[in-house]
Design a protein. Sequence first.
Length: 651
Amino acid sequence: MNDNAVKSTPMNYSANRPCADNPVKIMDLSLRDGHQSLFATRGRTEDMIPVAEMIDEIGFWALETWGGATFDTMHRFLNEDPWDRLRILKRHIKKTPFSMLLRAQNLVGYRNYADDVATAFVDRAADNGMDIFRTFDSLNDYRNFETVVRQIKKSGKHFQGCICYTMTEPRMGGNVYTLDYYIAKARELEAMGADSICIKDMAGLIAPYDAYTLVKALKEAVKSPIHLHSHFTSGMAPMSQLKAVEAGVDILDTCLTPYAYRTSHPAIEPLVMTLLGTNRDTGFDIHKLAAINEVLEKQVLPKYKHLLDDSKVSIIDINVLLHQTPGGMLSNLVNQLREMDALDRLGDVFKELPRVRKELGQIPLVTPTSQIVGVQTVNNVLHDTPDERYKMITAQVRDLCYGLYGKTAVPIDAELQKKALQGYSRGENPITCRPAEVLDPELEKAKKEIGSLATNMDDLLIYAQFPITGRKFLEWKYGLAEPPESVKPITLDFVKKQEALVKKAKAGELVERKTAENIPPKSERSRAFNVFVDGEYFNVEVDPAGGAFPADPPTIRAPATPVAIPAPAPTPFVPSAAESVEGNRLLAPMPGMIIAYKKKVGDPVLKGEALVILEAMKMENALTASSDGVVKSIGFKQGDTVPKGATLCVY
Ligand code: CO
């Protein structure tokens, strides 16, 4: 009889059943990876508080509450100070340790930061309440761990080292990411002092029998506890978890049911039941878990369910099995193609992607490398000609070719590397040292730039990682600018009114149009929503009346063509003055945000020189002049959002 056979009867659901000798420890990811995977990381702190104390009672090994995309999303889209979340949740959750996802030297951003920023960030995170630092590097180049690990240890915190799980074949094997590769990586982590080691399967690629083989091998090779993080995306994760349990895994990652499945993680409740009464019994009280779900379903999730991707009925993504493309990466690719009116090229993208990945050193696909490979692939598909590949190389691909992200699993294609480094600002010869060694300290420079707008180190670290959106956020925080309606929270009351409206519309009882005389003047706080009911479209504007938001029955405008579910209306785009200037036009090849103009009006420009740096899908693209000239007009300023085809500059 094996370890996992049921050994005691009678059993019950509650926590007072006999304890297992070797319970599987569980980390709950609902408050970070859960809402990041399902709800575009839009979870607000105020919506975590109603269940915080209840979650603290379950007995989780840890709660993942911070890091990954939360830092970016909170300051950019939610007008929330990311540091506040940590402090607020700590006040409600006193027993269970917190874990964060740290992108090693990338911290919670998308590039390697200098050592001074990395050290300060870890120091402040530890000081604000972080206990476990789940650290990964997108290239599995652990030289990128050195600085943060030194500080994690100095702060007396738990260092969890990740091995990004990736593959080049349908199953573990091939000639790069073999069992030996993973064992060697685990030994490296142990030598660095890892308090635990995580197999980070961000795309849900690990097959159950590979999970068994891998966990078994790692348990034999190293002493550190082994933790499995496997996304549900492909549908294999619950089976892989069970095989990992059989192989002796120490810790598993799950989500509470409303935050589970699809591109997120397996749910906790079925696992509790699966292991009930065995030697690996979690000991969790299923009634307590059910009570949390009840609160979430009734009080919290109604505010988020419009963010669920309900374009498909299936909850698993077959493409992951076919193309090994992580779920998040796939939705980014689809969005990027849609924005460029090129969704019909998705098949070409799937064909080009493995080629680009191989040429870039067969790198794992995880933030930020998944973005780097994805965006470059789309650029190739859309801009390359039969006689020239890599016509538009992103700044990040240049950095990668220079060695700024670290060492790739296999060497980068020599021809591509040479092309990418032509005229590269740091030099045309790639580096082989630890990337941060070539980065100058950044904190003092950031401090000078942001000045008194940053009142402490926490503010400064927001700005240092996100100069444009971070500055905007600090202006909102200190009342120097009014945050737009789109970043403000919605209330449950608002959602209920909206749902009632849709219900009425479905029943054909939509409120009659008001006459011109009794329409109150529209205030600046009015928010527009598109409501689509059975193919009919209504533009609904909701305006707060008498202080409470929202209020009176909304005014309904005439139906038009159906598009999607209710969503806040985008800020209208104002064409620039450059539209009317004669000359060579530099048009935005894709929608994006202006990072910088490299030239001013009156500057001479040579063919091939960069005019504008445009950020699209978080990647920076240098847009170059197609002929010599003199800059006549500049259409936008730093931080502006532009649609495809906008005139960025005339020369
Ligand atoms: Co994840």
